[in-house]
Every structure is written in structure tokens, then in C-alpha cells.
Design a binder for this molecule. Structure first.
Ligand code: ASP
Length: 585
């Protein structure tokens, strides 16, 4: 080996030892008579010292000539430092160098290799291999490694078997758009990259594997959105001979195991909430439960006072922003502006200030007396010092708008601490979701999800009301995982496809293999998949998943380092029998 120790391990107890270290030059400090180099590797930084008069002149000159990010190897003696640095693991010692070899010179990096770099996003991505040298990014990937190890340890302990499923599969129209791969041997035919191993894991249940998992790459060709990656990783799981209760318990166990073993946090048992309640109380199927600020409906308490906006509204609903009664006119205007942004879409905002002196002031004083407003305040459980923020309109839209406002207020009030964690199961999702564009129902989760037995009759009369045996895990307002109990018999699966608008022939062409498998002894089964990148970013207390992926794509879906997507040669196109308009022509 080119080193006896790493740059992160030498302590005072090692003083006097002869050592060899290798790494990158983090920085050089030259005081004339003394010169220090900080030598860095993945484990830490060790200080090297060269002293004129005590160190050979040629060696000092050599040390002076190395630049940032040079790869060097040094031999020397561990000595106690004069001025110690208690912020560094190796801060008590330094290395009195007796030999220095440059293993490789380095060009000046295009941005500084520091925790707070001066490099912009695009530059960091172009030179991602340099970016990965920085502590925060390296630590994020180390966290990811630990998460993967602990996931395997837990699931292995629960008798799960890791099975790999194919990456070249068949394109199916349901769900997101597929990435496709043209076949050279079969012209005009295509593979698709899996959006998830869904059908394969179900087939493994038919095969009798009974507990499967895989930490697996999935691909979705979705429209670009901030912080979406076209390829991402799932912890994909399936179990047979289980009830929904077993799945919830098993995977609550996984999440708690991860919190315990990766972060040292004892997560309390995960509460459960029905989808309908989540929508009513938070206006979201992924509520951030780190803070309360639940919705309060006051529709009936607003009627009959000739305030046209409320009079015509299907729903009048609000939140209580505790301690915000003294917000200035400007602050209240900002909130109004916020809800009126096209991304939120509200027409306006009504507020009631329950001032600290006990008086009440509202933006609808013209229509409502202090006594009227007192009734509202009571419904909100408000105390002097509180501020009611109220929206109105069509039910679903208004709830969604108020959700945005609630999250903003949570942020403003410091209630969304990234080091605090609140997990939640959301369950009993609707089975189907009406799609305005296609003018038909789509599966809310996917077409293999089973309807609740007691709701099956509604499929014919009121399909939108049918509930599914489907569940999501939400942490801090982000959906980190979702799954369902599956259909496992042919007639029900066929019925489901019919309701989704498939002809019998289409269903057979696309999913015939699965329905046929259901006729050869399919056990009851269900499962879940967690978004692994997202889970890692939440554990890391970060907003973006990007730094938890070694080589991510940018927001335009490009890898700017290897420069892809890119064109392919005429010859390749010909082999694949593809005709592509020349983008440069
Ligand atoms: N395959 C599903 C998904 O990717 C998860 C599941 O139902 O297990 O969302």
C-alpha cells in the first residue's frame, strides 16, 4: 500500500511513529520559515510541517512547489502540535515530513474544494468527480451507503430475499411515460425500461418467494420538474400471505430501524390517517405533521351576512396562525399576494386578527360583527395573539390552496425543522381518479391495486367513491413510499382493466402474462416501494435529492459531465432501422 495510515486517524498517542500518508493537497500555508500543507483524503485532514533549517532545503522547495489538489505521498514522524485544533480529529498532531513524492500534479480546480464552494450548480455537475471530493457531498453518499446497508440488514433479518428483475422489459401505457430502447435484431420493436418492477415482483409471489426486495433503479420519462430524476432508486418490496396490517407493521419496522441505526433516533410508532381525513384536515394526501395548524371549516358560520364571496362558496375554511395577530398590513398583503399567485390560485384571503389586547380586527368587518367573529375564533380555539387565515371557494381547490398557505406559515414560524421527523401512514386512498384529459378513470396507485371488498359494488354506480387497499408513508410532508394489497385473481384483475377503459384484447396483450399467472395458484399478496433517493435526502436534512446521487442528471434531464442525451451515428441509426431528423440540419 502507498500509505500506512489514512489522513483521519493519527492521534497524540501515535506521536513518535514513522508513517506514510497519501492524499490530495487541500491547502498550503507558507510563513517563510515554516510551511504547512493540509493533506486530505476521504477520512479527514492531516497537517504536514516543513521547517526551514530543520527540514532539508530541497524538500522545503519541493513542498513549496505543489499546488492545490496535487496527489502526494509523504513519509515522516508524528509529532505533537504546538497550537492544537480541537475541531479536527487529528488536531493534536502534525507530521514532520522527511520525504515527499508527487504522485500526480493537478490543474487548478474550476471551483474550490471546500464545504462552501464558490462553484455554481452547472459547474459542479460538469466536474462532479471534483464536487464529490467535498465533505458535504461525500457525507451524503456515505449516508446513502449506510441506509442501503441497514435496509438490507433489516429485510434480511425478516427473511426477505433480494432478487434482481430485468431492466429491458415491455412498454405499458398506464402510469408515466416509458423510456424505450430500440431492438437491433427485431427492427421496429422496442424494449422499455421499468418504471418499477411491479409485475415481476408479483410474479415472484406466484413463484412462492413470499418475501422479496430489491434496491433497484427505475426509469420514468416524466415532464421535467425541479428535483426529479429520470432514473431513480426504489427499495421495492413484496410479501405473500399477509394482510395490510402486516405490511404496515413490517415497513414501519424498516423505517424505525433506519432511524435508529442510521441517525440514532427512536421514532415513535407511526400514526395512521385516512385519506379523506388528510384532505379535510390538511388539504393534502401528504401532510407535514411536524406541526398542527389543522384546517377548521366555518362555512355554515359565515352564511346570511351578505358577504357575497362566502355566500357563494362551497367551502369556507381556515387555519390559525398562532402568535401572528400583530402582523403588519405589509405582512398580510404579502400573504394575500402569495395565495393569489397562479401556482396557488386563490382569489383572495380573509384574515381575523385576535389582537393581544383582546380586540378583534378583520378584513371583513363590514359584514361581520365582533360577535360573529367571536364564533369563528371559538371554532379555531383561538386566543389573543392569534391570526385566522381564511380561504373560500370550490371544495377541493380551496383545500389545496390552504395547504400551500399552511406550509408557508409553518415555514415562517420555524415549525418545519429539518432535524425533526414526523412519519405518517396515509391509507384508504381512492382506487380511481378521474382524468380530465383522457376523459376516463385512471388507477390512482396502479391497476394491480385491490379495491376494498365492501366498495366493489360501487365500481358500477360511483367509481370515484371506491376505496383501495392502498397506503403511503409520508415523512415531513413528503411521500417517501407507497404500496397496496394486490388483486390476485383473474376475474377481478380483468374487471379492473375494464373499468380503466381497456378492451379485453388490450388487457390481454399488455398484461396477459400476469392474468395467466393468476390462474396457476397466486397467493394473496401486497407490497410497497420506497423512494430511496428521497428517503436519503430526508435523513440527510436536505431539500434536494441531487447530492444523494453520485452522478445525477440536471433539471433538464441532462448529464452535463458525460454530455448526454446525445446523437448517435448514422451507422447505429441504420442498424436500428431508425430515421431521425438531423437536429443540426
Ligand atoms: N410499484 C409501485 C410504485 O412504484 C409501488 C408498489 O405498489 O409496491 O409506486
Amino acid at each position: 500500500m502507498l500509505r500506512t495510515h489514512t489522513c483521519g486517524e493519527l492521534k497524540l498517542g501515535d506521536a513518535g511513529k514513522q508513517v506514510t500518508l497519501a492524499g490530495w493537497v487541500q491547502r498550503t500555508r507558507d510563513k517563510g520559515s515554516v510551511l504547512w500543507i493540509d493533506l486530505r483524503d476521504r477520512y479527514g485532514i492531516t497537517q504536514l510541517i516543513f521547517e526551514e533549517g530543520k527540514t532539508e532545503k530541497s524538500l522545503v522547495d519541493n513542498a513549496r512547489s505543489v499546488g492545490r489538489e496535487y496527489v502526494i505521498q509523504v513519509e515522516g514522524t508524528v509529532v505533537e502540535r504546538l497550537s492544537k485544533n480541537d475541531k479536527m480529529a487529528t488536531g493534536d498532531i502534525e507530521i514532520k515530513v522527511s520525504a515527499l513524492h508527487v504522485l500526480n500534479a493537478a490543474k487548478l480546480p474550476p471551483f474550490t474544494i471546500e464545504d462552501d464552494t464558490d462553484g455554481g450548480d452547472e459547474l459542479r455537475m460538469k466536474y462532479r468527480y471534483l464536487d464529490l471530493r467535498r465533505n458535504p457531498v461525500r457525507e451524503s453518499l456515505q449516508l446513502r451507503h449506510k441506509m442501503a446497508q441497514q435496509t438490507r440488514a433489516y429485510l434480511d433479518g425478516q427473511q426477505f430475499i433480494e432478487v434482481e428483475t430485468p431492466v429491458l422489459i415491455k412498454s405499458t401505457p398506464e402510469g408515466a411515460r416509458d423510456f424505450v430502447v430500440p431492438s437491433r435484431i427485431h427492427h421496429g420493436e422496442f424494449y422499455a425500461l421499468p418504471q418499477s418492477p411491479q409485475t415481476f415482483k408479483q410474479l415472484l409471489m406466484v413463484s412462492g418467494f413470499d418475501r422479496y426486495y430489491q434496491i433497484v433503479k427505475c426509469f420514468r420519462d416524466e415532464d421535467l420538474r425541479a428535483d426529479r430524476q429520470p432514473e431513480f432508486t426504489q427499495i421495492d418490496c413484496e410479501m405473500a400471505f399477509i394482510t395490510q396490517e402486516d405490511i404496515l407493521n413490517t415497513f414501519e419496522g424498516l423505517i424505525r430501524h433506519l432511524f435508529k441505526n442510521v441517525k440514532g433516533i427512536d421514532l415513535p410508532s407511526v400514526p395512521r390517517m385516512r385519506y379523506d381525513d388528510a384532505m379535510a384536515l390538511y388539504g393534502s394526501d401528504k401532510p407535514d405533521t411536524r406541526f398542527e395548524m389543522k384546517f377548521v371549516e366555518i362555512t355554515s358560520n359565515t352564511r346570511g351576512k351578505n358577504f357575497p364571496v362566502f355566500e357563494s362558496a362551497q367551502l369556507v375554511v381556515g387555519i390559525n396562525a398562532k402568535g401572528c395577530s400583530e402582523y403588519s398590513r405589509k405582512q398580510l398583503d404579502e400573504l394575500t399576494e402569495f395565495v393569489k399567485r397562479p401556482q396557488v390560485g386563490a382569489k383572495g384571503l380573509v384574515y381575523v386578527q385576535y389582537r393581544t389586547d383582546g380586540t378583534i380586527k378583520s378584513s371583513v368587518d363590514k359584514f361581520y360583527s365582533a360577535d360573529d367573529l367571536k364564533v369563528w375564533l371559538e371554532k379555531f380555539n383561538a386566543a389573543p395573539g392569534d391570526l385566522l387565515l381564511i380561504l373560500s371557494g370550490e371544495e377541493y381547490q380551496t383545500r389545496k390552496q390552504l395547504n400551500e398557505l399552511r406550509l408557508l406559515m409553518g415555514e415562517k414560524l420555524g415549525l418545519r425543522d429539518k432535524q425533526k421527523f414526523s412519519a405518517l401512514w396515509v391509507m384508504d386512498f381512492p382506487l380511481l381518479e378521474w382524468n380530465e384529459e383522457t376523459n376516463r378513470y385512471h388507477a390512482m396507485h396502479h391497476p394491480f391495486t385491490s379495491p376494498k371488498r365492501e366498495d366493489i359494488a360501487l365500481l358500477d354506480t360511483d367509481p370515484g367513491k371506491v376505496r383501495a387497499n392502498a397506503y403511503d408513508m409520508v415523512i415531513n410532508g413528503t411521500e417517501v413510499g407507497g404500496g397496496s394489497i394486490r388483486i390476485h385473481d383473474r376475474p377481478t384483475q380483468q374487471l379492473m382493466f375494464t373499468h380503466l377503459g381497456f378492451t379485453e384484447d388490450e388487457a390481454r396483450k399488455q398484461f396477459g402474462f400476469l392474468m395467466e399467472a393468476f390462474e396457476y395458484g397466486a397467493p394473496p399478496h401486497g407490497g410497497i416501494a420506497f423512494g430511496f433517493d428521497r428517503l436519503c435526502s430526508i435523513f440527510g436534512g436536505a431539500d434536494s435529492i441531487r447530492d444523494f446521487i453520485a452522478f445525477p442528471k440536471n433539471n433538464a434531464g441532462r448529464d452535463v459531465m458525460i454530455d448526454t442525451p446525445s446523437t448517435i451515428s448514422e451507422e447505429q441509426l441504420k442498424e436500428l432501422a431508425l430515421k431521425v431528423p438531423n437536429p443540426k440540419a
